[in-house]
Design a protein around this ligand. Sequence first.
Ligand code: HEC
Length: 114
Amino acid sequence: MKYALIALILASSLFADAQTLFRQCQICHGKYAEKPMGSKIAPGALTKDQISYALTRYRDSYQTSSGNAKVMSTNVRRFTDQDIEDIAAYIKELQAQRQAELEAQAAERLKELQ
Ligand code: HEC
């Protein structure tokens, strides 16, 4: 628990910029990037490299993309390569946090049942 807290504090300072950038994503993809929206797979379920790859494609095709892809292109059109790397890492960090929260909830529930 103590280590989880330290990890959380460390992560929140490391990811300060990504955290700000990610706010605009949450309205569609949820608090932890767990919602897929138009895609089959939620951003959080992709690997870090897959997220970076997808975001780079969306950004670079801003002029030509259409439909759902255009929605994404518009979101990331001003992102730098560094922004993309940071936000991809941050999304994976959020998944780890979500997993920890779910496990804590399960542990609480188990105590209630005993
Ligand atoms: C207005 C809603 C909306 C917002 C805001 C939004 N997205 Fe998306 N996102 C979508 C839709 C719709 C798709 C499916 C696009 C497609 O079909 O190519 C998508 C797809 C994706 C994918 C690709 C998933 C895959 O399986 O290929 C990633 C990664 C992603 N979004 C990350 C982000 C990030 C990071 C942000 C914030 C910078 C963001 N999205 C903001 C709606 C949104």
